[in-house]
Design a protein around this ligand. Structure first.
Ligand SMILES: NC(=O)c1ccc[n+]([C@@H]2O[C@H](COP(=O)([O-])OP(=O)(O)OC[C@H]3O[C@@H](n4cnc5c(N)ncnc54)[C@H](OP(=O)(O)O)[C@@H]3O)[C@@H](O)[C@H]2O)c1
Length: 241
């Protein structure tokens, strides 16, 4: 896809890799609707990126709000080409310590949120004569189960299954579906997750964004359906001093 003058929706645009995706897409000439709950953060990003970044206060777990926003924003003369389902969070901990509320928040955000937005965006993409692309952000935790992240694992495995089914379902409508499985990235994610086991050599959001742009810019009949991203050495470089 040629990204100039295309229209993208990026969820979780207020921080981390969603913010980096927005920067990268604006740099390519795309208009970006950046969705998140914290409007103050989105407005700061708009000051940096300009008017082609459209801040949208939206909680992806609220189906009726998602439906209302999609219907008021897009129509037959204004159709989206790109959807980046990125909003997500984790609460880590032993299964017997994980609260029902934290489990539901992860499921609602990481799984239900993707479904809610996708189900309203797909009919618009089917109408779009341009090729379209949906990219879902899973995680290494969508490929490998590990202790203390069972709830998060369950949501990110679900994102993988949803993505694979959609790629097979939507390919004949000219809609690509890709799923990204990143390892650890230096964002606020681990603060939200209250995780103690971070390391100082994580991937950088801009590098993840360059891979996202690469997926989007592939030729129309060329789909990278899944991509795994890892820090080469998840430890700090040796200090020779
Ligand atoms: N960091 C990592 O190591 C890593 C690795 C693999 C995968 N991932 C995945 O990457 C994605 C982005 O995470 P990040 O690392 O960039 O973390 P982050 O900096 O904490 O960003 C998370 C984003 O999700 C948004 N969000 C959370 N709940 C939301 C809701 N209900 N409605 C709308 N937006 C919501 C947040 O915005 P508001 O709070 O303003 O709503 C924020 O913009 C997540 O899906 C995460 O699982 C992260």
């Amino acid at each position: 896809m040629y990204l100039e003058n295309k229209t993208a929706v990026v969820t979780g645009a207020s921080s981390g890799i969603g913010r980096a995706f927005s920067h990268a897409l604006i740099g390519k000439g795309t208009t970006v609707y950046g969705l998140a709950r914290r409007m103050n953060k989105l407005k700061e990003i708009q000051k940096e990126l300009g008017e082609r970044f459209k801040p949208v206060k939206l909680d992806v777990t609220e189906h009726s709000s998602v439906e209302t926003w999609v219907k008021k924003t897009f129509n037959d003369t204004h159709l989206p080409e790109i959807l980046i389902n990125n909003a997500g969070l984790a609460t880590f901990g032993d299964v017997d310590q994980l609260s029902v509320s934290d489990w539901k928040t992860m499921m609602n955000t990481n799984v239900n949120g993707i479904f809610y937005l996708t189900r309203h965006m797909v009919p618009l993409m089917k109408k779009n004569p341009e090729h379209c692309h949906i990219i879902n952000i899973s995680s290494i935790a969508g490929l490998l189960g590990n202790p203390q992240i069972s709830g998060y694992n369950a949501t990110k495995f679900a994102v993988r299954g949803f993505s694979e089914a959609l790629f097979k379902e939507l390919r004949y409508d000219g809609i690509k579906v890709s799923c990204m499985f990143p390892g650890s990235i230096a964002t606020d994610f681990f603060d939200t997750a209250k995780a103690g086991d971070t390391h100082p050599n994580m991937m950088m959001p801009d590098d993840v964004a360059s891979t996202l742009v690469h997926l989007l810019e592939t030729p129309d009949n060329y789909l990278i359906s899944e991509v795994t991203l890892r820090p080469l050495n998840p430890k700090p470089p040796e200090n020779d001093d």
